[in-house]
Design a protein around this ligand. Structure first.
Ligand SMILES: NC(=O)N[C@H](N)C(=O)O
Length: 506
């Protein structure tokens, strides 16, 4: 890896607390929910507020005791998370992007663990790892459980991996207790090959292929080195063609639903003192690549008044974007598309980020000829997100005109907001409550219900089937950072919740 790792500052990611019951079925202009209200309510109601609910849990439940399967759901799961966290393409930090050597090693490791849990395994043409056990009822629809094996650059070890490992552990418990064959429906764990979208900028490659929403044109998308997605797969002996991509799509009739466990990546569960939460919905997202082209020149000779400097233009564009995203209300005109509800929803959920920027030719004594940067924009309200994108584009073109540089906006990725299935969510809530009760020996308040600001494979899988998600508390809400941390006991709680959920399918 060429980049040197800089010193880290910790920043908490943000998820949006949601109301305590699943009901709002519309993500358009009318989806206005006072989300902070729920958080405040939870803070008042929860006796465990800001308290580690497992303080002293070893005494209460006897760490590693058989009935709570601590050896598998906690000790082994944590050891595996650490082992997988070492599988990296970089020296000294975690980086595992789509089809990299480390991601291939990770896929093989996960496959071994799936086999150890008694599952039949295979790796498909998009590099997704599958582990499946048949159900006792012939022809029953399958329960799919998944998360992703790829990571961001300088990642934490729980993002994605926790969902895969907690599911494998829960199934391993069923195997060890001779209950695997009691499952009525087939259960299939899928470790998706790409969710972060770091290499090709188009996220959910693995899950979108299985859901049948990855267009054939995606095979020609290029990474920074100019390699296509198809090349990247071919290099690892996955001979994907348009036809084989089509064949990856699951028949919706053969699938019962999709469930995903994931770290929260935000601070709410920690605030309210719960290890687990149920996800009500996931924010929609758009990724843009903006290219600003100006006039390349000598840093010492071109007078300031004669410059067409794309770097200064990019700086202005980025600051304008920040202003719009901080105050959407000031920039949107109210019409039938954009009413009070949309604006309120945007005010609560809109976030915009420039995470990557590059310049050409990138030398201190050269006025750049070109600057390219990414924009990641998310909101719970899809119409509101469109309205912001429209406003942002207008402002970008205006600024570029004024500065006599040219701008190109390339829309690299879009995913609409998704609502989790209410029935699946209640089942997950019951499972999470059961897990917490079994671990603490106490009856707690109901597990919280949250909105997710982060994107998940569940967004792609929602095109195929109903989806449900369980969040796991992480320290300080920090994610996409090596400081990401989940308590061992919370890993245990996640495994127990998955086990309780699987037991309802027996
Ligand atoms: N869970 C995640 O971090 N997912 C995405 N890749 C994202 O939100 O960008």
């Amino acid at each position: 890896m060429s980049a040197r790792k800089p010193a880290h500052r910790q920043l908490a990611a943000v998820n949006f607390p949601g109301p305590s019951s699943a009901r709002n079925t519309e993500m358009g202009c009318s989806s206005s929910i006072p989300r902070l209200l729920f958080l405040l309510l939870s803070l008042t109601l929860s006796p465990a507020y800001l308290v580690d609910v497992y303080a002293g849990s070893e005494d209460i439940v006897g760490g590693g005791s058989t009935h709570l399967y601590g050896e598998i759901l906690k000790d082994e799961a944590v050891a595996r998370l650490r082992e997988l966290g070492e599988v990296s393409d970089a020296n000294g930090y975690l980086e595992r992007t789509f089809m990299s050597p480390a991601s291939v090693r990770a896929a093989n490791l996960i496959r071994q663990w799936m086999e150890d849990a008694g599952l039949t395994t295979w790796i498909d043409a998009m590099g997704n790892v599958h582990g499946r056990v048949d159900g006792s009822i012939r022809g029953a629809e399958a329960l799919l459980i998944g998360s992703h094996l790829d990571t961001v650059i300088d990642a934490g070890i729980f993002d994605g991996s926790l969902g895969i490992i907690s599911a494998i552990s829960a199934l391993k418990v069923l195997k060890e207790t001779a209950r695997l064959e009691k499952l009525k429906r087939p259960v299939e764990i899928i470790a998706f090959s790409d969710e972060e979208g770091v290499r090709f900028q188009s996220t959910f490659l693995g899950s979108a292929a299985l859901a049948g929403v990855l267009p054939a044109s995606a095979l020609n998308t290029t990474d920074k080195s100019g390699a296509t997605l198809q090349d990247a797969l071919k290099k690892n002996r996955f001979a994907i063609t348009e036809e084989s991509l089509r064949q990856l799509k699951y028949d919706p009739q053969s699938v019962w639903g999709y469930v995903e466990v994931h770290i929260e990546q935000g601070p709410v569960l920690e605030w309210v003192g719960f290890p687990l939460g149920v996800v009500e919905g996931i924010a929609g997202q758009t990724r843009l690549k903006i290219t600003v082209s100006g006039s390349q020149g000598h840093a010492g000779t071109v007078p300031m008044s004669m410059r067409q400097d794309p770097m200064a233009a990019a700086a202005e564009l980025i600051l304008r974007m920040e202003t719009i995203c901080k105050n959407p209300k000031q920039f949107l005109s109210y019409d039938s598309q954009c009413n009070d509800a949309t604006v309120e929803s945007l005010s609560n959920s809109l976030v915009c980020t420039v995470g990557e920027i590059s310049t050409w030719p990138s030398a201190s004594n050269v006025i750049p000829g070109q600057v390219t940067f990414t924009v990641d924009l998310r909101a719970m309200d899809d119409m509101g997100r469109e309205a912001i994108l429209y406003e942002l584009s207008n402002q970008i073109y205006q600024i570029c005109d004024t500065r006599s540089v040219s701008c190109n906006i390339d829309r690299k990725h879009d995913a609409n907001a998704v609502l989790c299935d209410s029935e699946l969510s209640s089942q997950l809530k019951i499972a999470a409550n059961a897990a917490i009760q079994r671990l603490t020996g106490e009856i707690q308040d109901e597990v919280p219900v949250l909105m997710s600001g982060a994107g998940h494979d569940a967004m792609a899988m929602a095109h195929l089937t109903k989806v449900g998600m369980l969040f796991v508390r992480c320290r300080g809400g920090v994610s996409h950072s090596p400081a990401e941390h989940v308590l061992d006991d919370d890993v245990w709680a996640a495994g127990l919740a998955m086990l309780a959920f699987l037991e309802t399918h027996m």
